[in-house]
Design a protein around this ligand. Structure first.
Ligand code: ATP
Ligand code: MG
Length: 251
């Protein structure tokens, strides 16, 4: 068995006196698709943001692709590790956060262009093939404002993939979209999941998606993983009361 690609151990996060994460442990094997769900304020976004150190954990260790960072290590001693983390983990947010002054293609090329050892042509070819994968090759020259929300989110996914991340973090990527645009974004994510080359952690309440592609579902409750299991068991109706109540409410 290969070592887990993501290892979260004893993760705590407080904002002042508010303890948001109260000890989260998670090990994820390469190719797994983890769906995280739970009530608003249960710490789902904070959990994702701690994984790539967009938030500084108060306590605990994050290890991704063989390199670990412990909370509390002074910034100057861990710059390289954080850089490695950010490159290894692509992130897609609820709000697409595209650069408005850049074309779709430039949005996708921006990061690899800055750091990569690839030639300009390689960066461009890769970006174009990612845009084709998300069904937007014909929009390469457009500006984000001229795209629908679903199209913008697909560009955001292509942009995150441009760094060839081993792990993709999705924070409610469809919850800002009109219902008729959700399916096109989920379709792109489903393709990515079924490809098995990218490990995914997806915060979402799209239970159909979870049932179809998740290898594991984790219910967050009050800053802890309250319950986790495979989707089949999750939906079979014998869950802990808090989990069941939440599932009943969203389904
Ligand atoms: N930067 C911050 N400063 C202070 N408090 C914060 C900060 N970020 C999050 N919180 C608080 O931490 C708690 C958990 O927030 P988080 O965003 O992780 O929840 P969530 O599960 O993602 O919720 P939602 O479903 O609404 O997105 C909330 O009470 C929130 O107000
Ligand atoms: Mg959130």
């Amino acid at each position: 068995m290969s070592a887990p690609i993501v290892r979260v151990a004893g993760l705590h996060k407080s904002f002042g006196s508010l303890e948001v994460l109260k000890g989260v442990d998670m090990q994820i094997n390469a190719g797994e698709v983890i769906v995280v769900f739970g009530r608003s304020g249960s710490g789902k976004s904070t959990f994702l943001r701690c994984i790539n150190f967009l938030e500084e954990p108060t306590q605990g260790t994050i290890e991704v692709a063989g390199r670990s960072i412990a909370a509390g290590i002074p910034t100057r001693f861990r710059r390289k590790q954080v850089q490695h983390l950010r490159r290894t983990c692509g992130m897609v947010f609820q709000q697409f956060n595209l650069f408005p002054h850049m074309s779709v293609l430039d949005n996708v090329m921006e990061a690899p262009r800055r750091i990569s050892t690839q030639s300009a042509k390689q960066v461009r070819d890769h970006a174009m093939s990612l845009l084709a994968d998300v069904g937007l090759a014909d929009k390469a020259a457009e500006y984000p404002i001229r795209l629908s929300g679903g199209q913008q989110q697909r560009v955001a996914i292509a942009r995150a993939l441009a760094m060839r991340p081993q792990v993709m973090l999705f924070d409610e990527p469809t919850s800002a979209l009109d219902p008729e645009l959700i399916h096109e974004v989920l379709a792109v994510m489903r393709n990515l999941a079924q490809d098995h080359s990218t490990t995914m952690i997806v915060v979402t309440h799209e239970m159909g998606f979870a049932r179809e592609v998740a290898t594991r579902m984790c219910f967050f409750h009050e800053g802890r993983i309250h319950e986790q299991c495979e989707p089949e068991q999750m939906f079979d109706g014998s869950r802990l009361p808090e989990t069941q109540r939440f599932l009943d409410a969203v389904m």
